[in-house]
Design a protein around this ligand. Structure first.
Ligand SMILES: [Zn+2]
Length: 305
């Protein structure tokens, strides 16, 4: 494990932890942590960046300790994978990969049909896929990257030989073919695609209905206010994903079984945060390759003024 972790001394930041959220983004090569002010009134503060060659619990632990998470206990946001890692769950396509219930992710015959599973009884290491001590308290997440997860599922299920996929490829020249096939689009690209009528026209059959139902869910469920019929919208999306042949990912399982886990206004704020976070981070990385820590410190000084 090669780990290079840069962190800001969080105790130097004069702030009220309840007013901030810790946004964590993890990939195979790096881990990034940024403090976001609730309500978007202040700029975000990058507090930690770890470069490594493995996405692991150990790296997450180093970062959490370095930024003093135990002292401040900020509300955490991140995608379901990040949350699962922070809760000590083993990675990969494991049988019990949900941290809320005993969903058997390997039993494909029950995907899309069984909604209710017994609640998980503990997050104790050694039991039901828990490998390590949780690094955070399990609680409702204010902000989920559900939209990103759902788009990922959709793009992965698209037929790469069809015109709609070709269009997506031409539209996103900066995305590598591999990333596109993995369905990795960022918030701003998704927002643009949602408004793209030409993309709608190119889609056919099951792909078209899955996309249209996804858009209804974005509008009626994951934005700031929930539509009265949001459960029906979610149900329609699940049905069309099934027809399209999407596997039940953890994201889809949450949509199917844990709608309660998403508080009322989980959508717009988190997406906006997520988008800004990705933009901030990529411009920081471009400008301050290897000198990220200096940048973070300077930003912190500016923030103090
Ligand atoms: Zn579950």
């Amino acid at each position: 494990m090669v780990t290079d972790t840069f962190c800001v001394l969080t105790s130097d930041i004069n702030h009220i932890p309840l007013e901030w959220r810790l946004f964590i983004d993890s990939s195979k090569v790096s881990l990034k942590a940024v403090l976001l002010r609730n309500g978007n009134a202040l700029p975000s503060i990058p507090v930690g960046h770890s470069v490594h060659n493995e996405e692991s619990y150990e790296n997450m632990k180093i970062l959490m300790e370095a930024i003093n998470y135990d002292k401040f206990k900020w509300q955490i946001c991140g995608d379901l994978k990040v949350i699962a890692l922070l809760l000590g769950l083993k990675q990969g396509f494991t049988k019990y990969c949900c941290f809320i219930c005993e969903w058997d992710s390997r039993d494909r015959s029950l995907h899309y049909s069984r909604k209710d599973w017994p609640a998980r009884k503990s997050l104790e290491p050694g039991i039901m896929n828990v490998g390590n001590q949780p690094l955070m308290e399990p609680r409702k997440l204010p902000s989920m990257l559900l939209k990103l997860g759902l788009v990922k599922n959709f793009v992965k299920a698209m037929n790469p030989k069809e015109a709609a996929f070709t269009y997506l490829r031409e539209k996103s020249p900066r995305l590598s073919e591999a990333k596109l096939k993995e369905g990795i689009l960022i918030g701003a690209q998704i927002r643009e695609l949602i408004q793209d009528e030409y993309f709608d026209k190119l889609l056919q059959g099951n792909e078209k209905s899955a996309w249209i139902n996804f858009k209804f869910v974005v509008k009626g469920f994951s934005e700031n206010r929930r539509a009265l019929n949001y459960e029906e919208l979610v149900h329609n999306l699940l049905q069309s994903n099934q027809k399209l042949g999407c596997n039940t990912s953890l994201n889809i399982h949450f949509l199917q079984s844990h709608l309660d886990f998403f508080p009322e206004n989980c959508g717009a704020v988190s997406d906006e945060h997520g988008e800004r976070f990705h933009q901030d981070i990529s411009s920081m990385e471009k400008r301050y390759q290897g000198k990220w820590n200096c940048y973070a410190r300077r930003l912190l000084l500016d923030f103090d003024k």
